[in-house]
Ligand binder design. Structure first.
Ligand code: G3P
Length: 217
């Protein structure tokens, strides 16, 4: 399963990238706002750090304008994936950008029906938002399972990019289902390393080692 970081924070990306754990990055208008940087500057910097796909989102609502914005964003670097919303205009833009040879990430997906349309429109990635479904008391992980089943039934090549990930449990559950990619905030990725028994065990080993009076090296 590929790990994308859902952030435009270059320091956070650098830290995990040094461990070789970053297969790509996703951004959106809210994350650009949070970073407080110009979209083209920060996206170019991220593309220079990470060799995998870096999603940059269009903001227009009409297909022609999305295509124009998407082509503009794609000029930033070769590894840009243009992110378009799952609206009818977004699907038209997806088809045009995909036919023009660009990677396209179709975002704001909340149903299996939407995911089928994205695959038919030539999306490279479909981004189902699992946390936001959980927020309204629906099961976001179930959506990943449904899309996996449907895509496998027909051999669709669109990659499932589980987004709006809020917890370590989300990552483990979608990994069990076979999501191709997850995109998560760096803090959630780092939280995967934590376990109370690891902390407790290490505390014990450290205390016992001190009692031996030995040194290594
Ligand atoms: O990339 C978009 C998505 O991951 C947003 O997550 O937490 O704002 O629902 P969230």
């Amino acid at each position: 399963m590929k790990f994308f970081l859902d952030t435009a924070d270059v320091d956070a990306i650098r830290e995990l990238n040094e461990l070789g754990m970053v297969d790509g990055v996703t951004t959106n208008p809210s994350l650009i706002l949070k970073a407080g940087r110009n979209i083209e500057d920060v996206t170019a910097e991220i593309c220079g750090m990470v060799s995998g796909p870096v999603s940059a989102e269009v903001v227009a609502d009409k297909a022609d304008d999305m295509i124009r914005e998407g082509k503009h964003l794609a000029r930033i670097a070769k590894n840009i994936a243009v992110k378009v919303p799952l609206t009818w205009d977004g699907l038209r833009a997806c088809r045009a950008l995909s036919d023009a040879g660009h990677m396209v990430n179709v975002t704001l997906c909340f149903s299996p029906a939407q995911a089928i349309l994205a695959a038919k429109a030539g999306a490279t990635f479909i981004s189902p938002f699992i946390g936001r479904l959980d927020d309204i008391h629906l099961d976001g992980v179930d959506l990943i399972a449904d899309i996996r089943e449907i895509y496998d039934n027909y051999g669709y090549e669109t990659q499932i990019l589980a987004a709006s990930i809020r917890s370590v449990n989300h990552i483990v559950e979608v990994a069990k289902i076979g999501s191709d990619v997850i995109t998560a905030p760096p803090a959630v990725i780092k939280a995967m390393a934590k376990h109370v028994l690891t902390d407790k065990g290490l505390e014990q080993f450290t205390a016992d080692w001190a009692k031996t009076g030995q040194k290594i090296g």
